[in-house]
Design a binder for this molecule. Structure first.
Ligand code: FAE
Length: 528
């Protein structure tokens, strides 16, 4: 696990600010480069800056997850969540909220900077990871490469040849992407649930594909053999994996700190960015304690500013900066082009003889790939529902080609970004998922489960997404390399660059695009 270096040890300087900013904190730390957020986009930026010998400070609003709680574990389990589970909540808000319409999943917890957040907007809520490593701490680790044709549709100005020859392979190698051994998959009880879903899909004439992952499958096999402490095989995932998963703190961020040029400050939320007269950037960040109280308001200065706060975080920072006049020359497209990657979750009830098994790995390894169906393109990940008992439920996260996009507006009273996504826009995803799964149900004489997403009957969870994408779209709000329009030396490297839809789970693509940006920026922008 990474060790944090102190800013003082790294020689960050404290500079006095002009009297015109007397209302602000009276001193600032400065670094040549600052990165906001430590998810995929932020981690790639930090590593490549550090390797280039540029002193870099990463500001992350979540905590560093490296100390054990009273149970001897860093992360709590999904079956017995505690304060570590969620970001300042008094009750967990799991995606799958009920079973047999019973409120048996969620638990009361203490308020704490826990690892999973669910950000609520009027008609959509967004799950995100909080902590050093961002979404990598809580996600399912699926790392598929998008279909080249759809990638090019979404990013017409990006050289796909270069992406597929250079940046996707680089991202896969850095993230430690591997694939489950097919022979083990066929024989292990832990993936019976996926084999049962595959059979149901095949009965409808649909093909499935293995999906690569960053969870270490050799480790998982040792878990199954009883020679390693269980994590994926012990129900751990959305509140963090204690073992097995190659999250960013073990890959990019560990390497970034290893350069000796990178420092990560935790529990610091950037709330304002603006530009000084000399063209450098000034940031205001609130440092919180574990109760959420702001204990210090800090000022930072930098020459190069990289935004990796995720689709929600980066978009809000830029929107606020434009609308409050702090960065008035930002493009009008900042805040637009947002989508859910067409996410819809659903469950099917299998026949009694089509068991899913009492033992389910939390790490998905297979998807139903009907993306080539031009009438109704859907890629549906076969998701686990580990309950330690046979429940006959096949669960899915469908990624549909929903063309709907929404915009954020700045709510001055709340000083936050409001999302304009509507229920009708979610209905588009649902009708696409329903078309596919109606086929599967018809071929298997099975039905949907209506008891999993709340206390009233509901077959499709259309009110949340795991894949927030867009808000600061590549080539619109930025140039083709993530340089923000209107301001030099200001960059976006995260999921806000992706125009709302990707057709597959997004972090590999976010990582590869960030690698591409950093290669170009370090070659062209930082030479003195
Ligand atoms: P992200 O990883 O969200 O990092 C942003 C970071 O910035 C976070 O650490 C924030 O705490 C921090 N931050 C935000 N605002 C501020 C601020 N103002 N000041 C300081 N720090 C800030 O961004 N994707 C896949 O490809 N495969 C999967 O299997 C998969 N499963 C998922 C399962 C779950 C439960 C969830 C929630 C997501 C899943 N995703 C999956 C999505 C994936 O994690 C997500 O696309 C990436 O994490 C987005 O990367 P970014 O770099 O954009």
């Amino acid at each position: 696990m990474v060790a944090l270096q102190t800013a003082a040890a790294m020689g960050f300087t404290r500079i006095g600010l002009q009297s015109a900013e007397a209302a602000e904190p009276d001193s600032a730390e400065s670094a040549p480069a600052i990165v906001v957020g430590s998810g995929y986009g932020g981690a790639v930026a930090a590593l490549r800056l550090g390797q280039a010998g540029i002193r870099t400070l990463v500001l992350e609003m979540g905590r560093l997850w490296n100390t054990s709680g009273p149970d001897g574990k860093v992360f709590c389990s999904t079956s017995a969540p505690d304060q570590r589970a969620m970001w300042f909540r008094t009750r967990t808000e799991a995606p799958l909220a009920t079973f047999l319409w019973l409120d048996v999943v969620n638990r009361d917890i203490g308020r704490y900077p826990g690892v999973l957040d669910r950000v609520h907007f009027d008609h959509m809520s967004v799950y995100v990871g909080r902590g050093v490593g961002g979404g990598s701490l809580v996600n399912g680790g699926m790392a598929p490469t998008p279909l080249p044709s759809y990638f090019s549709e979404q990013f017409p100005t990006v050289d796909a040849g270069e992406m597929y020859a250079t940046y996707f392979p680089r991202a896969r190698s850095m993230l430690g992407v591997n694939t489950v051994d097919p022979a083990w998959f066929e024989s292990t009880e832990w993936y019976r649930f996926a084999r049962t879903s595959r059979k149901a899909a095949a009965n409808a004439g649909l093909k499935t594909a293995f999906v690569p992952n960053v969870y270490d499958f050799d480790y998982m096999r040792r878990e199954a053999a009883g020679t390693a402490t269980r994590s994926a095989l012990a129900g751990e995932v959305i509140y963090g994996n204690n073992h097995g998963k190659r999250s960013l703190d073990k890959t990019y961020l560990a390497a970034a700190l290893g350069t000796g040029n990178v420092t990560i400050n935790t529990l610091e939320k950037v709330r304002e960015i603006r530009r000084a007269a000399d063209g450098t950037y000034l940031l205001t960040a609130d440092r919180i304690d574990v109760s959420g109280t702001v204990v210090e308001t800090k000022q930072y200065g930098c020459t190069y500013l990289f935004l990796g706060a995720g689709s929600l975080g980066t978009t809000e920072l830029l929107l606020r900066a434009r609308e409050t006049g702090a960065l008035p020359a930002l493009d009008a497209s900042v805040g637009t082009g947002w989508g859910t990657n067409g996410n819809v979750m659903l469950g099917r009830a299998n026949h009694l003889w089509d068991t899913v098994g009492a033992n389910e790995s939390t790490i998905p390894v297979m998807g139903i790939d009907d993306w080539a169906n031009t009438d109704n393109p859907v890629f549906a990940e076969i998701a686990p529902l580990p309950m330690g008992l046979e429940h006959w439920v096949s669960l899915y996260l469908a990624i549909t080609k929903n063309p709907e996009r929404a915009s954020f507006s700045y709510d001055a009273a709340a000083d936050s970004a409001k999302l304009g996504w509507t229920a009708a826009q979610s209905a588009v995803s649902v009708s696409m998922a329903k078309k596919l799964f109606d086929r599967i149900n018809a071929a298997n004489a099975t039905i949907y489960r209506y008891d999993l997403f709340g206390t009233t009957a509901k077959a499709f969870a259309d009110d949340f997404t795991y894949h927030p994408l867009g808000g600061c779209v590549l080539g619109r709000a930025t140039d083709d390399y993530g340089r923000v329009k209107g301001y030099s030396k200001l960059y976006v490297t995260d999921g806000s660059l992706v125009p709302g839809s990707l057709g597959v789970n997004p972090f590999l693509t976010i990582t590869a695009l960030a690698e591409r940006t950093m290669t170009r920026v370090l070659a062209e922008d930082t030479a003195s």
